[in-house]
Write a protein that binds this ligand. Structure first.
Ligand code: ADP
Ligand code: ADP
Ligand code: ZN
Length: 216
């Protein structure tokens, strides 16, 4: 299955992506994680991406599209994949369709995790992420078993530099201007699945699995 995850920052995309990827045995591809890995390794890409990410702006389409295309040509994507945080602009969505079309493929589902803005700030400022595998936790809603350590890989949990109130506000603005148009884009392709994202993590996951049954 070839899927994309849509939703505002803090909707729970990363959290659900880990669960979906495990259940459906497809790779979880997060452009945010790819950029953060490059930042920590101080690669040329990382240095470039950091300038945008620190301010809550999008990394330019050209750079982002090339990275995703490269990743999708790897062997583990042959049976499907789950994109998390990509596409974020109509241009990225069009480039993805073009890339898949050339191999006679298409997106099977665009899962929109719907969460109203009033919930976002608390989710984002309480978020802690694993510096090693990228797993997301929340100090109140989803704490790790051992304080400061990842349940999955025992990596150190850190607070993302862009999870501050001011940057979150900027990212929400960027989302509504540049990413929200993708909801209609995928609706027009008849692949949009809207999921209520304000319930508990396990309930959101159940709803995702149920809605995917219909298309399998
Ligand atoms: P995204 O990838 O969409 O930015 P995350 O998966 O990182 O979102 O989730 C953002 C924050 O909200 C994290 O701290 C996560 O633990 C928490 N979270 C995710 N899903 C839920 C939920 N259903 N209810 C409460 N908190 C959640
Ligand atoms: P969140 O979990 O809050 O949705 P991500 O980890 O997906 O955030 O993204 C963090 C930052 O990485 C974004 O604010 C943006 O600067 C950059 N980024 C990630 N994916 C993309 C993309 N598809 N296009 C442009 N920039 C991106
Ligand atoms: Zn981890």
């Amino acid at each position: 299955m070839k899927m994309v995850l849509l939703g505002p920052p803090g909707a729970g995309k990363g959290t659900q992506a880990k669960l979906i990827s495990e259940k459906y045995s497809i790779p979880h591809i997060s452009t945010g994680d790819i950029f953060r890995k490059n930042i920590s390794e101080k690669t040329k890409l990382g240095i470039e991406a950091k300038k945008y990410m620190d301010n809550g702006q999008l990394v330019p389409d050209k750079v982002t599209i090339d990275i995703v295309k490269d990743r999708l040509t790897e062997d583990d994507c042959k049976e499907g994949f789950l994109l998390d945080g990509f596409p974020r602009t109509v241009k990225q969505a069009e480039a993805l369709d073009e890339f898949l079309n050339s191999a006679d493929g298409k997106i099977d589902a665009a899962l929109l995790i719907d969460v109203a803005e009033e919930f976002i700030l608390e989710r984002m400022t309480g978020r802690r992420v694993c510096s090693s595998c990228g797993a997301s936790y929340h100090i109140k809603f989803n704490p790790s078993k051992i304080d400061g350590k990842c349940d999955l890989c025992n990596g150190d949990l850190i607070q993302r530099k862009d999870d501050t109130e001011a940057t979150v506000k900027e990212r929400l603005d960027v989302y509504s201007k540049q990413t929200q148009p993708l909801i209609n884009y995928y609706k027009n392709q008849n692949v949009l699945l809207k999921i209520e994202g304000t319930k508990e993590i396990s309930e959101v996951f159940d709803e995702i699995c149920n809605s995917l049954k219909a298309i399998k």
